[in-house]
Design a binder for this molecule. Structure first.
Ligand code: HEM
Ligand code: HEM
Length: 143
């Protein structure tokens, strides 16, 4: 489960799910600017399936890197701080998305808040990848 290969595979899956979630999230938001890309119900479904899978795979990824993350307490401070931003905003985005999906009544502005939490999360994930991608490239070459 924690071989370099499996870490690299989980990492690549995570990047793909992240790109799908972000792209569909932005497409859904464009509706607020009167740009409607059809068909919204399908895009919504792709969005939340990719989003929930991403959260699940991110939990697996965190377990794989838990020890390394703790060992970084004194070194690589920017990476640790940024990764904490990722953890907090993945959680908030996930919760607001879940409430939006399950709430029987429409909560005003929840979609917009969810979108902005998603944007903050995405910026932090992209910063995380400045270290993540070189690390992924190393892991995939280890036999
Ligand atoms: C959607 C969110 C995330 C994405 C897309 C992501 C992506 C990646 C990728 C592609 C790598 C390279 C290693 C690999 O392929 O497995 C990596 C490394 C790493 N990630 Fe993440 N990650 C995310 C969230 C997290 C979270 C929540 C943690 C918290 C523990 C974390 C901690 C780490 C650590 C410690 C490394 C190792 C860095 C190194 O080798 O120097 N990541 N991440
Ligand atoms: C943590 C990962 C995410 C999960 C689990 C998630 C989940 C969801 C869910 C369940 C919905 C409701 C769909 C419906 O009403 O049928 C939704 C809507 C939406 N999401 Fe996400 N999402 C995530 C990340 C993102 C990101 C990164 C963005 C963009 C930056 C985003 C933007 C949106 C937008 C714009 C909507 C439509 C809101 C509206 O209809 O007012 N989401 N999301």
């Amino acid at each position: 489960m924690t071989t370099p290969k499996s870490k690299a595979n989980v990492g690549m899956t995570l990047i793909i799910l992240f790109v799908i979630t972000l792209a569909t999230g932005i497409i859904l938001h464009l509706k607020k600017h009167d740009i409607l890309i059809e068909p919204p119900p399908v895009i919504k479904m792709v969005h939340w399936i990719a989003g929930f899978l991403m959260v699940g795979v991110a939990c697996l990824h965190s377990i794989q890197f838990k020890r390394m993350f703790s060992a970084m307490k004194t070194k690589f401070r920017w990476f640790r701080i940024d990764t904490w931003v990722v953890i907090v905003f993945v959680a908030i985005t996930f919760i607001t998305g879940l409430v939006k999906l399950l709430s029987p009544v429409k909560i005003p502005n929840l979609g917009l808040h969810h979108y902005w939490f998603g944007i903050i999360m995405s910026v932090a994930v992209i910063v995380h990848l400045f270290r993540g991608i070189p690390s992924w490239n190393r892991l995939r070459k280890i036999k």
